[in-house]
Write a protein that binds this ligand. Structure first.
Ligand code: ATP
Length: 242
C-alpha cells in the first residue's frame, strides 16, 4: 500500500532525512521511533505532501505521489494527523469535522457518528470552539478530522505529545480501536511502550536514517539499542510485562 524508497528531505543545508526506505502492506501498522530531531516528522510531512522531498520516491496504492501536494494526496485516501494537531481554532468541533468531509467533496456523512462513537468527549463538545479544547481533546479532534476523509492509510505524528497520562490512554485506546477496523497506519512516536503494542513492524530512526527495524518483539530483545536511539539514558520505555 505504501512504499518509500531512498527518501531524502533537506531544509537548505540541513539534511533531515537521508535514504529512508519503508514498506507498509494493507492492514498493517508500522511505527517510526526516534529521538527529537531524528527526522520523523520530516518523513511524515514528505509522505503526506506537506513538503517536497529532495530525493527518493513515495508510492501509495500504485500511484507515485512523490512531491504531490497534500490536498491531492488526501483525495487518494491518505490522511495525515500532523504533529501539533493543526485544528482550526476558531471553528467548533462539528465545523472542523464538516470542513474535513467537504474538503473530500462529501457532505456530512455517517462517518461523523463513527467519530463521535470513538470519541464521546467530542460529541459532548460538538459546539465548543476548538481553540478552547484541551490538548488531548484537540488530538481527538485531529484524529476525528482525518477519519472524516474516509482514509485507507492514516499517518499519525506523535499523538501522545504533550498529553496527560490519562488522555494518552484515551487517545491510544481509540487508535487501537481504529487499528481493529483493519486501518493501515504509520505511527510516529518517541514512546516505544505506546507504539509497540499497536505495531506489526517498528523502525528506529536516527539522524534521518533507519538504524534498526523488526517486529516489536525482535526489537524488545535489545532494550539498550532502543534506549540509545531514543536518547533515553535510563530504562527504555518498552512494554511492561503483565
Ligand atoms: P521531534 O520529535 O522533535 O518532532 P523529529 O524526529 O520529528 O523531531 P524533524 O522535525 O523531522 O524531527 O527534524 C529533523 C531535523 O530537521 C532537525 O534537525 C530539525 O531541526 C530540522 N528541521 C525540521 N524542520 C525544519 C525547518 N522547517 N527548517 C529547518 N530545519 C528543520
Amino acid at each position: 500500500m505504501l512504499t518509500v524508497e531512498s527518501l531524502k528531505v533537506t531544509y537548505g543545508s540541513i539534511r533531515a532525512v537521508s535514504r529512508l526506505d519503508l514498506s507498509l502492506g494493507k492492514g498493517r501498522v508500522a511505527a517510526l521511533l526516534g529521538a527529537n530531531g531524528a527526522g520523523k516528522s520530516s518523513t511524515m510531512r514528505a509522505i503526506g505532501g506537506l513538503l517536497r522531498p529532495s530525493g527518493g520516491r513515495v508510492v501509495f496504492d500504485g500511484t507515485d505521489i512523490t512531491g504531490m501536494p497534500a490536498h491531492r494526496v488526501a483525495r487518494l485516501g491518505l490522511a495525515l494527523v500532523p504533529e501539533g494537531r493543526m485544528v482550526v481554532g476558531c471553528l467548533t468541533v462539528q465545523e472542523n469535522l464538516d470542513l474535513s468531509a467537504y474538503a473530500r467533496g462529501r457532505r456530512r456523512t455517517a462517518l461523523v457518528d463513527e467519530v463521535y462513537d470513538l470519541f464521546p468527549r467530542l460529541a459532548e463538545r460538538r459546539r465548543q470552539t476548538a481553540a478552547l479544547m484541551s490538548g488531548g481533546e484537540q488530538q481527538m479532534l485531529a484524529i476525528g478530522r482525518a477519519l472524516m476523509t474516509a482514509p485507507s492509510l492514516l499517518l499519525l505524528d506523535e499523538p501522545s505529545m504533550g498529553l496527560s497520562p490519562a488522555l494518552v490512554d484515551t487517545v491510544f485506546a481509540a487508535i487501537s480501536a481504529i487499528r481493529a477496523t483493519g486501518m493501515t497506519m504509520l505511527l510516529v512516536e518517541q514512546n516505544a511502550a505506546l507504539a509497540f503494542p499497536l505495531a506489526d513492524h517498528a523502525c528506529l530512526i536516527q539522524r534521518g536514517e533507519i538504524v534498526a527495524e523488526g517486529t516489536p518483539e525482535e526489537l524488545e530483545k535489545d532494550p539498550a539499542t532502543i534506549a540509545r536511539h531514543l536518547g533515553i539514558e535510563d530504562e527504555p520505555r518498552v512494554k511492561e510485562s503483565s
